[in-house]
Design a binder for this molecule. Sequence first.
Ligand SMILES: NC(=O)c1ccc[n+]([C@@H]2O[C@H](COP(=O)([O-])OP(=O)(O)OC[C@H]3O[C@@H](n4cnc5c(N)ncnc54)[C@H](O)[C@@H]3O)[C@@H](O)[C@H]2O)c1
Length: 244
Amino acid sequence: MAQKTVIVTGAAGGIGLACAEGLIRDGHNVTALDIQDIPPRLAAAGTCLALAVDVSDESQCLAAVAETVGRFGALDALCHFAAIHSTKDWLGLSAEEFNRVLAVSVTGSFLIARAAAAHMKDHGGGAIVLTSSGSVQMSGVGGGSGRGGPAYVSSKAGIYGLNRALARSLGPFGIRVNTVSPGATETPMIAEYTEEARANAAARTMLGRIGQPEDAADVARFLISDRARFVTGEVISVSGGGSV
Ligand SMILES: NC(=O)c1ccc[n+]([C@@H]2O[C@H](COP(=O)([O-])OP(=O)(O)OC[C@H]3O[C@@H](n4cnc5c(N)ncnc54)[C@H](O)[C@@H]3O)[C@@H](O)[C@H]2O)c1
């Protein structure tokens, strides 16, 4: 695709890191956002701006967009992966944890998408990718499986509605909004999976393995590319058939 400037959130590890690395490899400008440190190999790339940003804080989201435009002169796309996991099941889950998961994963998705769209709408449009999860279809449970509990599943189901609402609102400005929905993927988020949970997750797929970070990252990169120019409002499952 033609050179773009892309904000990637959750870029310290997992799917976000894979996405940022792929974009930089292909010659794009990347602003890498996370609350954790961005790995030095990424931050050292000349076309990467690494920023410490909490996506649940609106002023930090707005500042990140302003810094991106200040550094690269443009903002064409947002690949938003930042989220937090929660495995607590219904009885052990506090209202505080439930609200924090929603604040980061749902409100944070809205805030960073709105900050990006506010720039894109006056500069020729753009593309936004949000992230849901196959756990919405799997009715993920906590316990020893490592799978998402009610807070995580609710937050990821919320992305379905946000995706459609934003796609409808932003379409007239030439801004496309889509969502990737990974199945179990080998990242720090599933570090607590037992070997049995990993094997079960692999067995549920049609392809016999769990995902690698690049699997979802590559689909996000396609969705922000001009090859996906007539795709908006969609949720694309990247689960090896494990959540269809
Ligand atoms: N790994 C899986 O099995 C899986 C499955 C389905 C969906 N997902 C989704 O994929 C996305 C990427 O997750 P991952 O698997 O790469 O896990 P990950 O934990 O490696 O990545 C999430 C990143 O988000 C960052 N983050 C958390 N809170 C933040 C905040 N408030 N502001 C900014 N950054 C914040 C974390 O520091 C982390 O680097 C998430 O949205 C996750 O829900 C993952």
